[in-house]
Structures are given as structure tokens and as C-alpha cells.
Design a protein around this ligand. Structure first.
Ligand code: ZN
Length: 387
């Protein structure tokens, strides 16, 4: 248990007792001291504060996600888990894992100091952006190439035939040829650029534009969703690349349902994030359990889970279509995944995001570093633990 030097458990604070930056709208009690030690922070996971629910609603999902994720490697016909075929899937895993871990740890550790609190939120925004690029890599290799093989064939039959037909004029295999250039050249780079713009804008809402921060953050994350989902939109607008009698076709029919559910959960999570329901209706009633941020976490996780199911559906369809898989590079005109085109992209992006976070953290330490010393001097009783 958390004990003071003088032997008493640390009390939780009211919204009027913490610095204004730390307060959340309509949350009145359950605030932790803004100068917890690392140990106090970690232990507060097991104590009802207004961050406890926020921690668990993104920490437990890590294990649920893992459970559904590893199933893929046991499927019949699946290559070994370290085969190039699975590079994009692992990058998707990295994106989701970092998102959930960073988010839960940010909620747990953000009461160490005002500066740490800022850094926690910057890391949170950074991992959300990296996650969208992880999704894009998975969409690009598992959903998009199927879009590329589709459609020109009147017979929907042998993929070999389609390939030969398509060979002289590579663009003909796209149902909507204008998309050829976009997918093959701009899709991944634009996902990366948009991710970086998002990190920059969201970090900035913590220093400027604070009044409309929830709306800006929500809108800013709509853009990467729209960009990274283009392969799915494409698939929904065109016909399936698989022969209607094939098992791949049957396997991939569930894809659209999972995608619509993924969108629905995203929409509901945005509603919670902007509306601040239910605590808006009864300020103080949902301080510890049931406030909007916890519902927001649950909905974002459900949307990730449906996205995982969607990606798995497409992976399964490819695995069932042996001509596509073996050998991977010969039938697709697109280059297969390589270390550089998957892990390399992710590494470059993460490095850029880390640099942005370092820059904003340095700015935050210049702004809030002196401020907390000031607060400690003004309110020694509130901010010093014991004498
Ligand atoms: Zn959160």
C-alpha cells in the first residue's frame, strides 16, 4: 500500500486541489498527487483512482489481442511465423502492442510530475500514429495486392491467365486504373506523412489550441483512418478478386462485416471522447468507474479487434489460394514484403516520432519544470508529501 513517510495512506485529491492542467471536465474526485514516485504510480493500478479504469481498459486488451493474433500461425498452410509473408502482420502487431502498452502506461505514470504527464500524452499520440501505419502495411500486403489481381478476367478463373493478360499493360488489372499509381507509389508514404502530421498536431493541442482539443484530436485521427482504409474502400467498391466458387472467396466474404464493425466502434469511441458522456450528466458520479475515457478505451479496443479479424480473414483467403502464396513473388506483380519495406518503414517512422516527442518534451520541461517548483513553494501542504 501507499504510505506516507509519516505512515498514512496517500489521500486522493479533489479537482480543486490539483493544478488546473491536471483536471478533467466533470471529474471531481479521485485525483492522485501530482508528484508520485514511480513506485506509487505502479501501485496505484491496484487502488481505485480516476486513472485505474483507464489503465486496465488498455492493459488487459493486450492479452486478448495476443490470444487472437497468434491463432494465425497455427492455420493449415501457414508459413513459419518468421517468414516474409508475415512481416506485415508482425508490424501490425508492433503497432497495436505499442499503442495499448503506451496508453495504459501513460495513464498509470502521468502523476509523477507535470512534465512526465506531458511526455506520457505525447507518447500516447505517437503510438496511435505508428499504429495507423502498422495497419496500412497489413492492408497494403494482405488486402491491396488482391485488389491488384482482380477483375479484368471475364472468367475469374486461373490467376496465371490473368497475370499473362495483365503483363503487357500492368494497369489493366485494376478495376479502377487511377488507383494503380496511388496504391503502388503513394499509399505507404502518405500513411507515414499523415501519421507525422497527426503527432505534430496532437502534441500541439497540449500547448496551444487547448479549448477545442478533443475535437481537434478526434478529427486529426480521422484523416489517417481515411487514408489507411483506402484498400478496404477499394475492395468494397469493386468485386472480389477470388473466383466465386473458391474457398478463398468464402473466407473473405466476412471481411466487409468486420470492416463495418471496426468503423462503428471507432465512431462510438469518438462520440464518447467528444461528448464526455456519461460524466457530463452527473459530474462526480463517474469519477472512478464508468467515465467516458474508459468507454473510449473499450470502443477503440473493440475496433482494433474487428480490424484484426478483418486482416485475418484476408490472410486466410490468401493462404487458401495456394497459387498466390507459392511462390509469393511470381504471381503478384507487386514485390512481396521485405525487411526494408515493412520493419524498415516502421523503424524510420518510429524514429521520426521519437524525435518529435523529444522536441515537445523539451519544450514542456521548459514551460512546466519551473511551474511545479513554484506550485510546491506556494502550496507546501498540497504538494509535499509529509513535512
Ligand atoms: Zn487513454
Amino acid at each position: 500500500m501507499m504510505l506516507l513517510n509519516c505512515g498514512q495512506p496517500l489521500p486522493l485529491l479533489r479537482h480543486t486541489d490539483v493544478p488546473p492542467r491536471v483536471t478533467e471536465n466533470f471529474i471531481l474526485t479521485g485525483y492522485r498527487f501530482p508528484n508520485y514516485t514511480l513506485r506509487d504510480c505502479l501501485l496505484s493500478a491496484f487502488r481505485p483512482t480516476n486513472e485505474t479504469g483507464n489503465f486496465w481498459t488498455h492493459f488487459l486488451p493486450v492479452f486478448i489481442f495476443l490470444y487472437y493474433f497468434v491463432e494465425v500461425f497455427g492455420w493449415e498452410g501457414a508459413p513459419h511465423s518468421d517468414a516474409p509473408f508475415f512481416y506485415p502482420l508482425w508490424n501490425y502487431f508492433i503497432g497495436v502492442f505499442c499503442l495499448l502498452m503506451a496508453s495504459s502506461m501513460a495513464h498509470l505514470l502521468n502523476s509523477m510530475s507535470l512534465v512526465v504527464r506531458e511526455v506520457c500524452f505525447f507518447v500516447d499520440y505517437g503510438t496511435i500514429s505508428a499504429y495507423t501505419v502498422g495497419s496500412s502495411l497489413a492492408y497494403y500486403y494482405y488486402i491491396h495486392p488482391r485488389a491488384g489481381i482482380a477483375v479484368t478476367g471475364e472468367h475469374n478463373g486461373s490467376l496465371m491467365d490473368l497475370k499473362h493478360e495483365a503483363a503487357p499493360a500492368p494497369m489493366s488489372s485494376y478495376a479502377i486504373p487511377e488507383f494503380n499509381m496511388f496504391f503502388e507509389t503513394f499509399y505507404i508514404p502518405s500513411a507515414c506523412v499523415v501519421a507525422i502530421i497527426c503527432v505534430l498536431s496532437c502534441c500541439n493541442t497540449r500547448q496551444q489550441w487547448r479549448q477545442h482539443r478533443y475535437i481537434i484530436r478526434t478529427l486529426v485521427f480521422l484523416l489517417p483512418f481515411l487514408i489507411s482504409s483506402t484498400p478496404v474502400f477499394y475492395r468494397l467498391l469493386t468485386t472480389s478478386p477470388y473466383s466465386t466458387t473458391s474457398s478463398s472467396f468464402t473466407a473473405s466474404t466476412a471481411m466487409s462485416t468486420f470492416f463495418y464493425r471496426h468503423c462503428l466502434w471507432l465512431l462510438v469511441s469518438a462520440v464518447f471522447n467528444i461528448s464526455k458522456l456519461p460524466e457530463r450528466l452527473a459530474p462526480g458520479r463517474f469519477d472512478i468507474w464508468g467515465h467516458s475515457h474508459q468507454w473510449f478505451h473499450c470502443c477503440t479496443f473493440l475496433s482494433i479487434l474487428d480490424e484484426l479479424h478483418m486482416i485475418k480473414t484476408e490472410v486466410r483467403a490468401i493462404l487458401l489460394s495456394s497459387t498466390l502464396l507459392l511462390p509469393p513473388a511470381t504471381l503478384s506483380r507487386l514485390p512481396g514484403p521485405t525487411i526494408g519495406s515493412t520493419y524498415g518503414v516502421m523503424f524510420l517512422l518510429q524514429s521520426t516520432i521519437v524525435s518529435i516527442i523529444a522536441w515537445f518534451s523539451w519544450c514542456a520541461s521548459c514551460i512546466y519544470g519551473p511551474q511545479i517548483d513554484q506550485l510546491a513553494k506556494e502550496h507546501p501542504k498540497k504538494y509535499l508529501k509529509c513535512h
